[in-house]
Design a protein around this ligand. Structure first.
Ligand code: GAR
Length: 207
């Protein structure tokens, strides 16, 4: 990886982009974000990136015959921009094995539940329906299985009796907006070690 100050981070997002915003607003991580990619042309995330003068790329899934072709295009976009670290921040597509392998140990996902509970796309609603008293947020490395890779950070979010989807999602987002920038920062600064599934985040990079 290049010098920390020159790190190049790409953020993949499909929707609102509040996690992208948290990364852009982070004084350390923000300057590293050089690219936002979306599979939705009208994703608010792309607008957020543009307003920070960050390059945006829309990859149209309908322009590709299958997932392999979409993933190849995604990989080309990332490699052409010499991206060091990829953050999946509400990217609602499965990232294929070629991208995962090319960025092994350099690609993180933020997930709105305490994995391995409630994987998938409807985790906040699933937690409410299940009646759990605690849910939370996971930031994990992406591997070739969905919502599965080694866990970097987790934080619990209580589910209150008065919660509906909006109120619970808001508190889940607050936790995400702390954890994802912290994880990206630790990764870029070389403060993360992975042994099997066990991730350690060091206070300081090893000398
Ligand atoms: C976030 O809560 C993220 O954890 C979730 O989508 C939301 C995107 O919010 N991702 C998943 O559910 C992936 N399985 P944002 O667009 O405001 O950052």
């Amino acid at each position: 990886m290049r010098a920390v100050a020159d790190a190049r981070v790409a953020v993949l997002a499909s929707g609102e982009g509040t996690n992208l915003q948290a990364l852009l607003d982070d004084p350390v991580v923000g300057p590293w974000v050089v690219l936002a990619v979306s599979d939705r042309a009208n994703a608010r995330a792309l607008e957020r990136a543009r307003s920070h003068e960050v390059e945006t790329v829309f990859l149209d899934p309908s322009a590709h015959d299958d997932r392999v072709s979409f993933d190849r295009a995604l990989l080309e976009v990332l490699l052409a921009r010499s991206i060091d670290v990829v953050a999946l921040a509400g990217f609602m597509r499965i990232v294929g094995p070629d991208v995962v392998r090319a960025f092994a140990g350099r690609i993180l996902n933020v997930h709105p539940a305490l994995l391995p509970a409630f994987p998938g796309r409807t985790s906040v609603a699933d937690a409410l329906v299940w009646g759990v008293k605690l849910t939370g947020v996971t930031v994990h490395f992406v591997d070739e299985e969905v919502d599965h890779g080694p866990i970097v950070f987790q934080d619990a979010v209580p589910v209150l009796p008065s919660d509906d989807w909006d109120s619970l999602e808001e508190r889940v987002h607050e936790a995400e907006h702390r954890l994802l920038p912290a994880a990206i920062r630790a990764l870029v600064e070389g403060r993360i070690t992975i042994e099997g599934r066990i991730v350690r985040v060091l206070e300081k990079a090893p000398a």
